[in-house]
Design a protein around this ligand. Structure first.
Ligand SMILES: Nc1ncnc2c1ncn2[C@@H]1O[C@H](COP(=O)(O)OP(=O)(O)OP(=O)(O)O)[C@@H](O)[C@H]1O
Ligand SMILES: [Mg+2]
Length: 369
């Protein structure tokens, strides 16, 4: 599978951050990183790419958020990196070792699958001893005690897995992934299905483990990405479409919309409400993002352009008797990470359909110098 020699130092990306990152990785600037992926391609069916020349690197001390809609290739990528699948071409190195040399790299990897792989009748500490011995760890007593402490499961050390709550099971899975202090850890949707408190417990445990390691987390939860990830990567249809820090993600996408205006109105007054808001904000500064009818009421979410005056909107809304326009509720807020993510994915869907690259660049506000 090692076709690295044939990979050219070039990038087709329209996104300047992805472009620069790909060029840097392919030219070897990130070869010191614990995880380096170059031109990784996977075709389950010949000619159909689930991964399309994916190139990126993850530095030590990073919690790397791998985001992307359903079917974008996240699990395929992780399966190749765990060693469960072979790529069609390209290379992936963990701590400098090629993935084809299985025995060599496994000790550097920790994995927590999306669904718990626990034995109901084994206790918490028995799980940790079992995996520690399987990984050939010395001083298991001390190591297991440290891990139990890190995931706050000391009081549950003798409880069987079947008697643990969902959040505790996830924390136990996390501790298993961290056995032997691996340099690269993969966490597939670590908090899916957890309540907000358990979720925070898992986040805190991940943050504790982050030091000196490369942690790769897949998630659909933007709050999670924001809370624990120091770097974000977005894949869509097997291609990397964004890589960078959260502020860069916001900076690139917010250059078009910085605020979201939500408007609720009596459905029979729809035209009046829309006309009022269009005049107040300015037609060229309003982009409709979502339009729902909820019974007798309608609800529209608009992206507000960067040139609109927030003060004018704020004062205009407060000074008018909004019932004259059938408006029952409104809300003006900063664009959430989730809205920006949807915007990025939607703009990709359009580019793939229309191939209008200039329009795409303008929409997501990329300034290609
Ligand atoms: N075993 C397989 N055989 C054929 N095609 C597959 C196989 N596994 C995945 N695919 C295809 O590869 C693409 C990527 O799927 P993948 O499971 O990697 O996506 P994902 O990003 O993990 O999605 P999700 O968020 O839904 O988990 C999809 O088009 C999927 O249909
Ligand atoms: Mg998946």
């Amino acid at each position: 599978m090692n076709k690295e020699k044939t990979i050219k130092v070039e990038s087709n990306s329209n996104n300047p951050l992805v472009y620069q990152h790909e060029i840097d990785v392919l030219s070897g600037k990130f070869d010191h990183c614990p995880l380096v992926v170059k031109g990784l391609t996977k075709e389950y069916i010949k000619g159909e790419r689930a991964l399309d020349e994916l190139t990126f690197a993850v530095e030590a001390g990073t919690c790397f958020g791998l985001l992307g809609p359903n079917g974008s290739g996240k699990t395929t990528l992780l399966s190749i990196l765990y060693g469960l699948l072979l790529p069609t071409s390209g290379s992936a190195k963990i701590c400098g070792k090629d993935l084809t040399k299985a025995g060599v790299f496994r000790k550097h990897i920790g994995v927590s699958m999306q669904f718990d792989v626990l034995w109901d009748t084994l206790t918490t500490s028995e799980h940790l001893y079992f995996y520690a011995r399987a990984k050939g760890i010395q001083n298991t007593e001390e190591h297991v005690a440290d891990l139990l402490n890190s995931v706050s499961l000391v009081s549950k050390r003798d409880s069987q897995a079947k008697d643990l709550s969902g959040g505790m099971r996830r924390r136990l899975s996390l501790a298993i992934a961290m056995i032997g202090s691996p340099s690269v850890v993969f966490l597939d949707e670590p908090t899916t299905g957890l309540d907000p408190v358990s979720k925070r417990d898992v986040w805190n445990a991940i943050l504790k483990f982050q030091r000196d390691r490369a942690i790769i987390v897949t998630t659909h939860d933007m709050d999670e990405a924001s809370a624990i990830c120091s770097k974000l990567a977005v894949v869509n249809r097997g291609e990397l479409i964004f890589i960078g820090e959260e502020f860069e993600f916001r900076e690139q996408l917010e250059s078009e919309f910085k605020y979201v205006l939500e408007l609720q109105f009596i459905e029979s007054s729809r035209d009046k409400a829309i006309d009022f808001i269009t005049r107040l904000v300015g037609e060229d500064q309003l982009v409709k993002m979502k339009d729902d009818i909820e019974g007798i009421e309608g609800k529209i979410s608009y992206g507000v352009g960067k040139d609109a005056s927030i003060n004018t909107i704020w004062n205009g809304m407060r000074e008018q008797d909004l019932s004259d326009f059938g408006i029952t509720e409104w809300q003006l807020g900063e664009t959430s990470l989730e809205t920006l993510f949807l915007q990025l994915i939607n703009s990709q869907a359009i580019i793939i359909k229309d191939k209008k690259q200039e329009w795409y660049r303008r929409l997501i506000g990329l300034f290609i110098k």
